[in-house]
Design a protein around this ligand. Structure first.
Ligand code: ATP
Length: 245
């Protein structure tokens, strides 16, 4: 886990008068599952938007696989191996689950057969095989989340950025999602997730970055982070018992 896949130095983003991300450094090792937590408005989505290139940096630098990607457009970062699973999945409603995943798999991939293998793998890790031939229209929130991760995974990224994959899921679905993210990592994709469900994030992550008001206030193992007084004051509100175990 010592190879650094993604790093940021002095990452800064201002929107007119508001500095949403200020001078943030991070190093995400290849093979890790990292978390990104912080209160509402802390800048988590903005940081992910800077990594994917949806927003341009105001200052600092982002490197991926050793290369400075700060100036690259989103599609080039995508082709380099950065995928994002959004909180609100917007599948093609009239297409089946399999066809939606295939759209991800065909991205930049010349061979249809190779793409189909990836589709099968993505459906399996997300536990969507039984729903593969159903249209995406009318899927439950839990299944839509899985579809979003499967679609992103099917692009065969080196890094998957996941936006609140457990939001709105019941405990069983949350456990399934945690299992799905672990499988994504086992298959060689590094994961960085924003998540408010502390039980999920502490159970799945190797390390967690904490931001508040645009600044990094802590980073460490789940146990270190939940015991950190700054994190308790800014975000958790009270010490978590049993959550990091
Ligand atoms: N396009 C934009 N223009 C102006 N301000 C923005 C823009 N995007 C984000 N912001 C501001 O930047 C700050 C950080 O917002 P961001 O959405 O990144 O926080 P967050 O940590 O993802 O919050 P949440 O947990 O609620 O999703 C907020 O004050 C927000 O209003």
């Amino acid at each position: 886990m010592s190879d650094i896949l993604l790093s940021g130095r002095g990452v800064t983003k201002s929107f007119r008068g508001l500095t949403a991300i200020r001078d943030v450094d991070f190093d995400i090792p290849a093979g890790a599952i990292f978390g990104l937590i912080g209160p509402n408005g802390a800048g988590k989505s903005t940081l992910f938007n800077l990594i994917t290139g949806y927003y341009a940096l105001t200052g600092g630098e982002i490197r991926f696989k050793g290369e400075d990607i700060s100036g690259l457009p989103t599609y080039r970062r995508n082709r380099a191996g950065i995928a994002r699973a959004f909180q609100i999945s917007k599948p093609f409603p009239a297409l089946t689950v399999r066809e939606n995943v295939r759209v991800g798999a065909m991205f930049g991939r010349p061979g249809a057969r190779e793409a189909e293998d990836v589709v099968d793998q993505a459906l399996a890790i997300a536990g969507l095989e039984e729903l593969a031939d159903r249209t995406a229209e009318g899927l439950t929130v839990g299944s839509l989340r899985k579809l979003e991760v499967a679609r992103a995974f099917a692009t065969r990224p080196s890094l998957l950025l996941a936006d609140e994959p457990c939001a709105g899921l019941n405990p069983t679905e949350t456990e399934e999602m945690v299992g799905c993210l672990r499988k994504v990592r086992e298959l060689g994709t590094t994961v960085w997730l924003v998540e408010h469900d502390m039980k999920a994030v502490t159970s799945v992550c190797d390390r967690i970055v904490v931001i508040d008001a645009g600044q990094k206030i802590a980073e460490g193992t789940p146990q270190q982070v939940v015991a950190n007084p700054k994190v308790i004051a800014a975000y958790l509100g009270e010490p978590l018992e049993d959550e990091a175990g």
